[in-house]
Design a protein around this ligand. Structure first.
Ligand SMILES: *[C@@H]1O[C@H](CO)[C@@H](O)[C@H](O)[C@H]1NC(C)=O
Ligand SMILES: *[C@@H]1O[C@H](CO)[C@@H](O)[C@H](O)[C@H]1NC(C)=O
Ligand SMILES: *[C@@H]1O[C@H](CO)[C@@H](O)[C@H](O)[C@H]1NC(C)=O
Ligand SMILES: *[C@@H]1O[C@H](CO)[C@@H](O)[C@H](O)[C@H]1NC(C)=O
Length: 438
């Protein structure tokens, strides 16, 4: 690799000679005594070697640094300049420790394994490369994925597709991360879907920079999908290893709005992003510390905190027993349903209160409309006759007023039932509402 050994050899053979000579000259010969030609040549050779070694080493580091980091450094500088987040720390990290695709693959694997460890699904469901059948390369080419994107897709682990058979874990709708769902890119349908995960393409003949056109560039790989449309999408740029969370869902990037740039408003490059490495490590930490619970729950909510309690009671994290946890979890879900039923008299009162309020609001609104008709204001276009329109409104008000006694009577009954509710049910409900709201 480096020329260190050879220059070392030069050092060993040359210096002792001249050193011996120098020592000799110190003791006996005059100081101006010229160095013999042979020794001078050796010294010159030695200095040449040292010089060459120096130049070689410096250039080696310089060129290897530039070679490895030029593209990435360029991108990072670009990003740091144009984005609010992704500044100093990321820039420093990327230059000293550039992101690699293997890291993303390792961290995605770790995340899938962690969810299995947490009892969300069986570890056997994690499909690891090489995949057979793998990514449909024909389709990927048709969809204009870059070669790098396809390579990364082939390296990633996947959870077996289970859309038809129901959720993969115990969360609803294959919940993976922040209500986003698992993306099994080995499935042709899923692969196609990742080209328009935000349902935003109006005209696929339009380019990446036109509104309504395509917005997922060839280097973008979806690590998760938005499910019903409200979940977070994780989008990986395989060139820069930056990860964009669709809908600005990444907690670390909260509050950073989409940039106002010309072109396609759905372009992920307009959104805040951070290195996939940082993002995935952060998500793993959040699951590990039970801030996020598999299945779409999170701490600080009633059911989230109950799940945290169940995890801890079953040994999380040091001696977790997922079998015992899942038994306790299913029991808790059953108890929670029973609790909901036991609290039915509260729900009845709340519901009737709400309906009465709706009726009163509607009466107030319609009476105002009647007054507006009387004062000569415009009536809707599809109403031709003012008097008929007014009579129609009055009829609606009358019906609402007539509905009120029945609602009030029902409310009386519901309140009566509520008086005899189990005090224990009442107490725990009040405690819960005090902490988490209704
Ligand atoms: C791969 O995709 C192409 C293009 O859509 C399709 O014609 C082909 O049947 C797919 N191959 C497999 C093995 O599903
Ligand atoms: C959630 O858990 C994390 C990590 O344990 C903790 O830092 C955070 O304060 C918790 N949040 C709430 C709202 O309980
Ligand atoms: C885990 O819990 C199950 C169910 O309670 C129990 O049968 C099993 O022995 C436990 N495993 C360990 C290693 O404690
Ligand atoms: C009349 O127009 C209003 C809106 O101005 C609309 O809500 C209503 O459905 C229309 N009614 C009919 C019969 O077309």
């Amino acid at each position: 690799m480096l020329k260190y050994p050879s220059s070392k050899t030069t050092y060993d053979t040359t210096i002792p000679d001249s050193q011996t000579e120098a020592d000799d000259s110190l003791s006996s010969a005059p100081k101006s005594k010229p160095i013999p030609t042979r020794k001078r040549r050796a010294l010159a050779l030695f200095l040449l070697f040292v010089w060459f070694y120096f130049i070689f080493t410096v250039s080696f580091y310089l060129f290897s640094f530039l070679g490895n980091h030029y593209h990435h450094a360029l991108h990072v500088l670009n990003t740091a300049a144009s984005k609010t987040y992704g500044g100093m720390t990321d820039t420093y990290q990327s230059i000293t420790n550039p992101a690699r695709r293997e890291e993303v693959v390792e961290l995605m694997t770790e995340l899938y394994e962690l969810l299995a460890e947490m009892g969300y699904y069986d570890a056997a469901m994690i499909g690891r490369p090489p995949h057979n059948p793998g990514i449909n390369r024909t389709l990927a080419a048709e969809l204009e994925f870059s070669l790098e994107a396809v390579e990364v897709m082939e390296m990633l682990p996947y959870l077996q597709q289970g859309q038809e058979e129901g959720p993969l874990g115990w969360g609803a709708d294959n919940n993976f991360l922040l209500s986003g769902t698992f993306a099994d890119l080995r499935d042709d349908g899923v692969l196609s879907f990742t080209r328009d995960p935000m349902f935003a393409i109006e005209d696929s003949s339009k380019g990446f920079d036109e509104d309504g056109g395509k917005y997922m560039r060839p280097n973008y790989v979806c690590l998760s999908l938005p499910g019903e449309g409200y979940g977070a999408i994780m989008i990986l740029d395989v060139k820069t290893h930056q990860e964009v969370m669709g809908l600005q869902a990444d907690p670390a990037l909260k509050g950073i709005g989409l940039e106002e740039v010309p072109g396609n408003m759905f372009s992920p490059e307009n959104a805040a992003s951070r290195l996939a490495r940082d993002a995935l490590r952060d998500y793993i930490r959040r699951f590990r510390t039970l801030e996020w619970i598999p299945g779409g729950r999170f701490n600080g909510t009633w059911d989230g905190d109950e799940y945290v309690r169940l995890y801890k009671e079953n040994g999380w994290p040091e001696s977790f027993n997922s079998t015992a946890f899942n038994i306790a979890r299913e029991q808790w879900e059953e108890d929670n349903m029973a609790r909901w039923d036991a609290e039915a008299p509260f729900h009845e009162v709340t519901k009737l209160d709400y309906w009465i309020q709706v009726a009163l609001d509607d009466i107030g609104r319609k009476r105002k409309m009647i007054a507006d008709v009387d004062s000569g204001m415009e009536i809707p276009e599809n109403k031709t006759d003012r008097e008929a329109y007014k009579a129609e409104l009055q009829e609606e008000v009358k019906k609402r007023i007539e509905s009120l006694p029945k609602l009030h009577a029902e409310l009386e009954v519901a309140r009566e039932v509520l008086k005899s509710i189990d005090p224990e049910v009442k107490k725990t409900r009040e405690e819960r509402i005090r902490k988490y709201g209704a």
